[in-house]
Design a protein around this ligand. Structure first.
Ligand code: ADP
Length: 507
């Protein structure tokens, strides 16, 4: 192997921390590192990061993981970057310094502006152009907020002095010593300034939000050329060859690059993406349409949805009610009973996400009887993860040409075998769970390594995913599963009804 560049460095710049790892072409991890950084909450609803601290955490984790790998600088073939999406950074091009704190995707400071845009009747047009719902989540209103508060920034931006970027662009700009100001389609599609149909910045949206085009990064394919790292920064001059937003990188890392393949990350909440192929399909109410990657990192489309409370329901039964000591016990408890005994738990502790988007709905337990024990309640909470995932996927496939062929699972709660089997039964398609846990970083590594010929076909890097456990849908339980799904739907309607009659009484 001597003289061969065969290693990929992946940087996963997440919301609470930055992770970096080096892997070889067999998928073996040679070194990894992780660092947290500070979260700032200047006012209720506001969340900020310090872009300089993010940059320091990137440099620090890269140095540490290369150190752990024995400083293999001459073997580095490519760098791949994946990142928290939508978070908004503005910087001075000549000094490379950030001009304001980064406004994080969770930040709600532009809620009022979004409500105003709705009143002005822009919601539908924005949806048509971007595939997104009008919400503070996305970058455009955050950037507009910053520009409105700094009267000279728009002129300076037009003069090419000031740049905007999501975290990927910020890291690329810094890693290349200010040479490259670029982003990829997946990140661009989360800014609310990007036309999904054209695959480029949308002049109408730039006008609406008062964003000078000159401050926007160039949009490149996710497996593409993003310049070279400066050797004085990371010890080697290496092409940055893969960039994708975290959820899309996870979709890619899971190998879901063909139409009909979906991934679900079962964590605190659950994040689901379904690859919808190379052409944009119909929009689905309550579901985002977004850019994703095809098998070689070219542009594809995906539907995206979120279940707001998934594993957090188990956490609540553990910490709030003390029904179990450890989340992992939920598996044995779910198995220990024949069924949930008619109990349904809609864990809408923070409202309902896709496809309902009902922020005022609260957690609801129905069907209790004298025979209900804690095992039934725990089982109902585990079942709820599978049912709500089913709801998201059926919303995506019901009124579109999209189909679901298989689901790939990751995240903490995906370790629960009983859940995985039940999920397969509910969906009627196989559920596959890889051995690897860092699917996001793996996706970024895959994109970068594919573009630099570390791998010639994407299948080759999937070795890094490790062996998959496959849960095939049962053929003989369909009646009880259908009854369960019906019961769940009634329970969700009950929860929504309870919130709505509250509204009626107030009116
Ligand atoms: P996040 O990245 O969102 O913090 P993780 O992917 O680490 O979350 O997953 C942790 C969540 O998964 C917790 O909410 C926990 O309750 C749940 N969880 C962990 N293990 C299990 C299990 N074996 N069965 C069910 N839920 C689990």
């Amino acid at each position: 192997m001597s003289g061969r560049r065969d290693l990929v460095l992946a940087i996963d710049q997440g919301t609470t921390g930055t992770r970096a790892f080096v892997m070889d072409r067999t998928g073996t991890l040679l070194g990894s590192a992780y660092r947290e950084f500070r979260q700032f909450f200047p006012r209720p609803g506001q969340v900020e990061h310090d872009p300089e601290e993010i940059w320091t955490s990137v440099l620090g984790t890269v140095e540490e993981c290369l150190q752990a790998a024995g400083r293999p600088f001459e073997r580095l073939a490519a760098v791949g970057i994946t990142n928290q999406r939508e978070t908004t950074v503005v910087w001075d091009r000549s000094t490379g310094r950030a001009l304001a704190p980064a406004i994080v995707w969770q930040d709600r400071r532009t809620s009022e502006r979004c409500a105003e845009l709705k009143r002005l009747g822009h919601e539908e047009e924005i949806r048509r152009r971007t595939g997104l719902v009008l919400d503070p989540y996305f970058s455009a209103t955050k950037l507009e907020w910053l520009l409105d508060r700094h009267p000279d920034w728009r002129d300076r931006a037009r003069a090419g002095e000031i740049a905007f970027g999501t975290i990927d662009s910020w890291v690329v700009f810094r890693l290349t010593g200010g040479e490259v100001h670029a982003t990829d389609h997946t990140n661009a599609s989360r800014t609310m300034l990007y036309s999904l149909d054209d695959g480029d910045w949308d002049p109408w949206l730039c006008e609406l939000f008062g964003v000078p085009r000159a401050m926007l990064p160039e949009i490149r394919p996710s497996a593409g050329d993003f310049g070279r790292t400066r050797s004085d920064l990371i010890g080697a001059e290496v092409p940055i060859a893969g960039v994708a937003g975290d959820q899309q990188a996870a979709l890619y890392g899971q190998g879901c690059w063909d139409e009909g393949e979906a991934k679900n990350t079962y964590g605190t909440g659950a994040f689901l993406l379904l690859n919808a192929g190379k052409t944009r399909g119909a929009d689905v109410p309550g579901v985002l349409t977004t850019a994703a990657c095809d098998r070689r990192g070219g542009r594809a489309f995906a539907y995206e949805g979120a279940v707001l409370v998934a594993g957090a329901a188990i956490q609540w039964l553990r910490d709030g009610l003390g029904l179990l000591e450890d989340a992992a016990e939920s598996e044995a408890m779910a198995r220990s009973v024949e069924s949930s005994g008619g109990v349904y738990f809609v864990p809408a502790l923070t409202g309902l996400g896709t496809p309902w988007w009902e922020p005022d709905v609260r957690g609801t337990i129905v069907g209790l009887s004298r025979g209900t024990g804690r095992e039934h309640l725990v089982r109902a909470a585990v079942e709820a993860m599978a049912y709500s995932t089913g709801d998201v996927l059926s919303a995506m496939t019901r009124e579109t040409d999209a189909r679901l062929r298989s689901l790939r699972a990751d995240g903490g709660a995906a370790r629960n075998d009983w859940l995985m089997q039940f999920q397969a039964d509910v969906l009627g398609v196989p559920v596959r769970r890889p051995a690897a846990t860092e699917l996001t970083a793996l996706g970024a590594a895959g994109l970068a390594g594919l573009h630099t010929s570390v791998w010639s076909e994407p299948e080759e890097f999937l070795a890094a995913r490790g062996e998959e456990a496959v849960f095939e849908p049962a053929t003989d339980k369909s009646d009880s599963v259908n009854d369960g799904v019906q019961g769940w739907r009634r329970a969700v309607e009950t929860a929504i009804h309870w919130a709505r009659i509250g509204d009626l009484e107030e009116a």
